[in-house]
Design a protein around this ligand. Sequence first.
Ligand code: PLP
Length: 570
Amino acid sequence: MSTLDPLLNEPKIAYFSMEIGLRTDVPTYSGGLGVLAGDTIKTCADLKLPVVGVTLVSRQGYFRQELDADGRQHAKPAPWNPRQVMTLVKSQVRVTIDRRPVVVAAWLYWVESPTGGRVPVLFLDTDLADNAPEHRELTSFLYGRDAAYRLRQEAILGIGGGKMLQALGVTVRKYHMNEGHSALLTLELLERFRRPIESVWHEELVWDVERIKDLCVFTTHTPVDAGHDRFPYDLVERVLGTPLPLAALKRFAGHDMLNMTLLALNLSRFVNGVAKKHGEVSRTLFPGYEISAITNGVHTFTWTCPEMAALYDAHLPGWANDPELLVRVDNIPDDALWAAHQAAKTRLLALVARLTGAAMSPDILTIGFARRMTPYKRADLLFSDIKRLADLGEGRLQIVLAGKAHPQDEPGQRIIQRLVQAIHALRGRVTAVFLPDYDMDMALTVIAGSDLWLNTPRRPHEASGTSGMKATHNGVPNFSVLDGWWIEGHVEGVTGWSIGPPPRESTLTESGDARDAHDLYEKLERVIVPLYRENRREWIAVMKHAIGKNASFFNCHRMMRRYVTEAYLR
Ligand SMILES: *Cc1c(COP(=O)(O)O)cnc(C)c1O
């Protein structure tokens, strides 16, 4: 039996994503989108769903982050060798790019679940001797270089991925496009299912649009207009030729530019945003389209630290493949929960000491904030008034920060510099650190070891956010702006705390930074710090509600069951 046979044994859902974060030593992810894709694949394996993943091999990884003394980020390549964990499939396909055939190969990786389920993932690769040097590099850099490079990459992913599945003989029952990056897949499908011109009474009907729509599912992740990939048509013509007559392409992808989101919207029957609020925002951005919402979740087992996992094993057996069982968290004694959390915190503090030399106390409320460093996440909001923070936090607060800024995101890199300056300014009063080179391994340690998970995005930019869901799996309450998933998970003082105004239906505009910062300080000072210091029993009750009311719902098992019933089986 060849390794491919299980890939062919039944029709598959083909899940396309530019980035898939499955494990730290396969660094083909940049942040939440990729980690969500990895969590999705792992959950499909747990649930034995017939899924195949398709992504790019990104041989140079995302990047390794080094910081100098001034907090300037230096991005180093993070090359990895697919051969160590994957095998090359026999088939190769060709995608026409720059009027030349680019040969695409694929590495096959199996995601295996303790349930016995397994899901194959194809990592597409153009680094082949047959290709011109500039084309060999197309699967090297995740989100690298310029628009032309990006468009070529998206052609490899969408068109190359579609062709690869066909070449391997995989029967596909649905194509799921995770974000617009893979939307060129629809062009491949339009071409594949084209009706003969003599059989139709109108030229446009050669495109079997309804058939493609029946096959395609699209998940959008971007709540602001500027975030959607767009390419000028002259660039499209130069890179892709004319995959469809221009008039037809414009009809599907927009008149002025090729808009990947529009292309996917126009050719998918089922479309969804990644939280209820994000569904609303997307319907406003794209009036006239039917857009559902399936709120994200995280892979429960991956995002539960070993100490908590042992506790759940003892008190809630079966939790990992049945995260609803976490509603029974009250069966865990308070002392045992606290001990497990303190053990996770001790591990975090050891990591902090090793990476920064800073000595932090296991008895001081420790705030964690780690995610992609990009302006809308407002990592610097906590530091907008250093004196205030020092006054309220001295002897009472510690802060752990981490996150990479995209190498082309200058404002994001300046935020890291400001954070490093703030850390210096707080010295002697509040211990704060920035841990370099954030990745999935570090994420679990930082999230599980913090006492409070902070998130301060600018509304409505956080489509969902997922690190807060990881926190809840470890009994770490959220302290967050009411945006994304937290609008659904937040019960004030019960599961955690909000920052800033409540999300009115119409709150689609930015809120004032100053107002949010004020609210953040007030609540820390008056509510959160006193509760942690003076009422441990109540604090542990909030930890338990985070597990029982949040983690039991904001997990990928619940999310995938909804994709199956609402998107895949339609
Ligand atoms: C979960 C995760 C993220 C996403 O965090 P958000 O809070 O959604 O921004 C980013 N990076 C890594 C490494 C993660 O594990």
